[in-house]
Write a new protein. Structure first.
Ligand SMILES: *Cc1c(COP(=O)(O)O)cnc(C)c1O
Length: 362
């Protein structure tokens, strides 16, 4: 591919982050969360490089299929469980674990022909009020699963934290306490921690941790970047300067002429835009690195191009490398400029970009 915009995926950084997760939660098994194409990084390459994990978590059957097709034979959990009875044959064939979070899924299990019992994870709604049974329903649901011929004997228990990214969140304390109280009497493996839980809430590590964001080298804690936790960004979004112009004071730049030069100045044009996943909401002033120097975006992002104030780097030349996010410019920072979260930026990276792997493959 000749277009200079590309995504670099650093597999050594990925494995480094996995080793950090082990240091944070040394007594827990690790279920790597690889939904949404491994947060935009490419599910097959990420899973292949994560030989050290104990399992993978995905959002749907298609993602699980991709993993099995890539030769992954570890445990795979469908985090939202089966959506319909039509999925049950594939779930058995692919040997997938499922989350059971709602009564309708019992009907679905009853209607299915099950020849090899399915591993189930019973989900408690501990306060997020998205998926899961209420605390008062857990004992009955557990019993229902235990009795079900189509369900394997070793049922597990899980819940999900809503606000673990906020240090000292009272809600997280409540959720951890509720999960602990409700599941106390059950002999089962238990799981509660996402990335933020792994870093900030030791008491929720339990038997399985479920890291997503931190695996990819991004801080799950508000106000921090990866560096603060010894994590290393896996993805870099890069391109090059494809043009430089010397404009006059008052010259407008880009769509809508929303920005004009405050003085005579050089403007650089970068081959990358919202069509690649760069957030259109990142406005003038957003930091962009040209050849490692801090410059800023001016005007509106276009589909394929960005315009940059080069006053800070008058020596810039066409072909200079541009970093939109990556090791030296955390995606957490760009997310803040764009009034979004790093998760959304990573997932939104467009598949038209060339993906280049660095480091040892799996
Ligand atoms: C996405 C997800 C995770 C991972 O969350 P991060 O914040 O990315 O670590 C863990 N558990 C469940 C159920 C999820 O849906």
């Amino acid at each position: 591919m000749t277009r200079p915009a590309k995504v670099i995926i650093d597999l050594d950084a990925l494995r480094h982050n996995l080793s950090r997760i082990r240091q944070f939660a040394p007594h827990s098994k690790i279920m790597a969360i690889v939904k949404a194409d491994a947060y935009g990084h490419g599910i097959a390459r990420i899973a292949a490089a994560l030989t050290g994990v104990d399992g993978f978590g995905v959002a749907c059957l298609e993602e699980a299929c991709q993993l099995r097709e890539a030769g992954i034979d570890k445990k795979i959990l469908l985090l939202e469980g089966p959506y319909s009875v039509e999925e049950i044959p594939a779930i058995q064939q692919l040997r997938l674990d499922v989350v059971i979070h709602h009564q309708f899924q019992f009907t679905l299990l009853n209607d299915a022909v099950i020849t090899s019992p399915i591993n189930a994870w019973l989900k408690l709604d501990s306060g997020m009020h998205r998926l899961g049974f209420a605390a008062t329903e857990i004992a009955a649901s557990w019993a229902q699963l235990k009795q079900h011929e189509g369900v394997a004997g070793n049922i597990r228990l899980l819940s999900h934290l809503a606000s673990a990214n906020e240090p000292d969140s009272a809600m997280t304390k409540k959720q951890i306490e509720l999960f602990s109280n409700v599941t106390k009497g059950f002999q089962a493996e238990k799981s509660l921690a996402n990335s933020a839980g792994i870093i900030a809430w030791k008491e929720c590590h339990l038997d399985w941790v479920r890291p997503g964001l931190m695996l990819y080298g991004v801080s799950p804690i508000d106000g921090n970047t990866a560096d603060d936790f010894g994590l290393s960004p896996v993805m870099s979004l890069e391109s090059e300067l494809i043009s430089i112009k010397n404009l006059k004071q008052g010259d407008p730049v880009g769509y809508g002429a929303s920005w004009s030069c405050p003085e005579d100045m050089p403007i650089g044009i970068v081959a990358a835009g919202y069509g690649d996943g760069f957030p259109r909401h990142a406005g003038s002033g957003t930091t962009i690195l040209v050849n490692g120097r801090s410059c800023s975006l001016v005007g509106r992002a276009s589909m394929d191009m960005l315009t940059i104030d080069l006053r800070n780097y008058p020596g810039a030349r066409i072909g200079d490398p541009v970093l939109l996010w990556g090791k030296e410019l955390p995606v957490e920072v760009i997310a803040r400029y764009a009034d979004t979260i790093p998760y959304e930026l990573l997932c939104g990276v467009h598949k038209r970009l060339e993906f280049i792997e660095r480091g040892q493959p799996g």
